[in-house]
Design a protein around this ligand. Structure first.
Ligand code: ADP
Length: 354
């Protein structure tokens, strides 16, 4: 898959040799070749997905400045640039760019790699491992104490049943925790925009509702959704389902029985807003930022009861940011909460790309 300007035929002096195109397409990172006037004559698909090129223009002023230096000095330059992941939110790609002059007709080659991302993943993983070991100690400690209690009560069948039942629930808690840890580390490690597909918003919402239906039925909570704004976003389908699933699951878990959870969508200025509203316990103002931290719960005892791990919202925040979006909360204690996942919509690529 490559993008080559259509109006350049082989006789055009700016047309690139097939071998160069082949080589660039095989590289791990992304690349772009610019003719004078910073006209792109070749680029790998990732360049547009990363947002470096839009409407055939380089979007980063820092990159343009580096290219100018290379044109003036004919020496290669290496630098770092930051590209917003989307029109909203704070998610950014931090990229390392190497700009080289190609002798042929004043062409400039830009090689792009995501090294800073690798460093960040390393740092996040280090902190995460410290938190995980702390969180795992609680259910493991409980299991060990309960197994001792079972041994001590071996002649008292009633106590054995009681302790064994508690062992089952601790084991389930451990399994859920491990699953959430795997989910979060997957979200943190992968970049959904690198293997992006066009994903229908209605589809991901319906899938997420399906996954939460049994939980909702158990608590006699009605989940409603009527599609109002069809939209497509670019990203990872499973991650998007997971994020919406987590928001619906929380809406159910932190609401009294027999209440309603409603899901609505609204499309405005190229952003699709997926809102999940509950009639639940709400979130105190001072906690609104902290609930997105890993393992943070407003009420650890209640979260434990519902089987919460404290990781759900950090997953949502990561998915939003990696997709160039954001999460917003509106909440009033004892009235309810609305969590809005806001994502940039995907417009079909321009002609000339494949
Ligand atoms: P948990 O697994 O504990 O639910 P989350 O990361 O999903 O972890 O949420 C963090 C905390 O935020 C929860 O423990 C809860 O205190 C609060 N919270 C999340 N969603 C809601 C909601 N819809 N209503 C009220 N409180 C919520």
């Amino acid at each position: 898959m490559k993008f080559l300007r259509k109006d350049l035929d082989e006789s055009d002096p700016r047309a690139l040799p097939e071998m160069l195109i082949e080589t660039l397409s095989q590289l791990d990172g992304d690349s772009i070749v610019l003719a004078p006037g910073e006209i792109p004559i070749f680029s790998t698909p990732g360049i547009e997905i990363l947002g470096i090129l839009r409407d055939e223009r380089i979007q980063s002023p820092e990159l343009l400045a580096t290219i100018r230096v290379v044109r003036r000095t004919h020496n290669q330059q290496v630098g770092k640039i930051e590209i917003p992941r989307g029109p909203i939110g704070v998610g950014k790609h931090e990229l390392t760019v190497k700009v080289l002059p190609l002798t042929k007709d004043d062409l400039v080659l830009v090689l792009v790699s995501d090294e800073s991302e690798a460093q960040r993943v390393h740092d996040v993983r280090r902190d995460f491992v410290a938190n995980i070991s702390h969180e795992l100690k609680t259910p493991i400690g409980a299991l060990s104490l309960l197994s001792e209690a079972v041994l001590g009560a071996k002649d008292d069948p009633e106590s054995v049943v009681k302790f064994a039942t508690r062992m089952q629930s601790e084991a389930k808690r451990l399994t859920d925790l491990v699953q959430e840890i795997i989910n979060l580390s997957r979200v943190q490690d992968s970049d959904p925009l690198q293997l992006a597909q066009a994903v229908g918003v209605e589809y991901v919402i319906r899938e997420a509702i399906d996954q939460c239906q049994i939980l909702a039925d158990n608590r006699n909570i009605t989940v409603t959704y009527s599609e109002s704004s069809p939209a497509t976003v670019l990203g990872d389908r499973d991650q998007l389902i997971m994020a919406i699933h987590n928001l619906i699951e929380n809406a159910i878990n932190y609401s009294p029985e027999s209440t309603k959870v409603s899901i609505t969508t609204q499309l405005e200025n190229g952003v699709i807003d997926i809102s999940i509203t509950d009639q639940g316990i709400g979130i105190p103002e001072v906690e609104k930022e902290r609930i997105f931290e890993r393992f943070y719960r407003v009420d650890p005892a209640r979260s434990r009861q519902t089987g919460g791990t404290g990781l759900g919202l950090s997953i949502v925040k990561h998915v939003a940011s990696k997709h160039g979006g954001e999460v917003k909360i509106w909440s009033v204690e004892n009235v309810g909460s609305t969590f809005s996942l806001r994502l940039p919509v995907y417009n079909k690529p321009m002609e000339g790309t494949e």
